[in-house]
Design a protein around this ligand. Sequence first.
Ligand code: NAP
Ligand code: MG
Length: 497
Amino acid sequence: MIRTYQHWINGREHGGTTGEPHTRHSPAHGEVLARFAAGTAADVDAAVTVARRVFEDASTWATLPGSRKAALLNAWAALIERDVTRLAEIEAEEVGKPIRYARGEIEWSVELLRYAASLAWQLEGRAMTQLGDDKLGLVTREPRGVVGIVVPWNYPMVTLFQKLPYALAAGCTVVIKPSELTSGTALEVTVLAKEAGIPDGVINVVTGLGETVGEALSTHPGVDMLSFTGSTRVGKRIARNAADSLKRVSLELGGKSANIVFADADIDSALDGALFGVVLNQGEECISPARLLVEKPIAETFVKQLVERARKVAVGMPLDEKSDVGAMIHEAHMERVLELIASGSKEGARLELGGSRVTTAGLDRGFFVPVTIFSGVDPAMRIFREEIFGPVLAVTTFETVEEAIQLANDTSYGLANGLWTKDVDKALKVSRRLRSGTVFVNTYFESAPQMPFGGYKESGLGRENGLEGLLEFTEVKSTLLKLGTRDAALPLATSVT
Ligand code: NAP
Ligand code: MG
């Protein structure tokens, strides 16, 4: 069945101003999956107008007590959980990712939503009582206002739920633009938000292209903040657009993370971590540890064992429970991944595994790339420097702790890094020196909603999740109260009485 969607504005479907929809074909088998409305600047304007009105009419959402917001967000979480199977299938098919991971993604989004709901109770300020006995200072947090949310295709649900529930808990109203390739789940969960009782117009969705809908959101004067996840290239453009109206921006951008394996690591778990690092979401993963730095004495054996394990990874259809690696998002992206793989061989890296498109019967109509491992990678090579966003691992060796740190930091990105050692002292020392928003020690990808997430350097601005993730969506207000009338006269140069 082909799913057909409209925009979602003010709690109902909205046909939009153009008749021509975007058609999403499966990246795994080519059949039509869904049709989404192709939005325009006028549709964005309609949605922003509603979000603005609902925000200004503060009692609808902005000033609703935290306990009430939390109850509604929790009711919403229960409905998403109820529909996890259906939502996971949509996510798996549209992205091309294995169903097991799609299910995990929806479940994790529910966790984020429940955590953000708990924060709605806790949006607190400070009182200043040391300003003299005739003054009281209040520092309070207020919602930023109307938030534009633009998210990519690799984790349509998680990237949305690292923003949306926090914005709502803070009292903002939102207009969401999902990727035009994967808009299904954003639209489906917005309908569930209505079922949960979240008032109409608090959450609005306009689908369509980045260059029209995304561009209109990032330039609209009625949008107070733009929260973006996607490529560094588009993130910079959004920051430039936002400069004109001095919108707040928060940016979650690209990465080129490293996994550092020291010789004293638990080798078995390091092997699992290194492999899972490029398998998860077929490497279309902002924190994918696509650079593997291995201490020289163990490197040869480590790579040999890694290749052994990687041979067992199953490339397959998204809805197949046994698949580990699904399809690349679209043909042009697959071509780019293959071109970067070719550059690795051309620049002299040693291809240990994979390297070309999967063409086995059944998978030949999709955009499948197998796990690909290069050893002997030099830091000057493109496969060491550029974000590949595919299941491709570049292995380099190091001899000293200092060299490992230097190699890991030798990138314009700074989203995450991992390190593997049984020496806690070394782990903490190295972790402090790594220029990234997250460091994993003896694990990778594990997370908790309480822990902030975001990038150093060109990986972004601001933080998501945790208390920091909530505060991003607030403005700070200082209110100074003069107490009593005794010294009420203002110190003017000439008396005005
Ligand atoms: P992208 O091309 O930057 O697109 C991201 C979103 O921005 C899409 O919805 C896109 O619309 C939209 N967009 C494109 N041009 C725009 C413009 N001029 N103004 C406003 N919006 C615009 O990224 P992608 O290829 O979808 O996703 C992959 C990238 O996301 C990778 O670099 C990855 O590292 C990054 N990422 C980062 C994180 C993180 O948390 N740091 C998480 C996941 C992914 P379309 O629908 O037209 O494409
Ligand atoms: Mg794009």
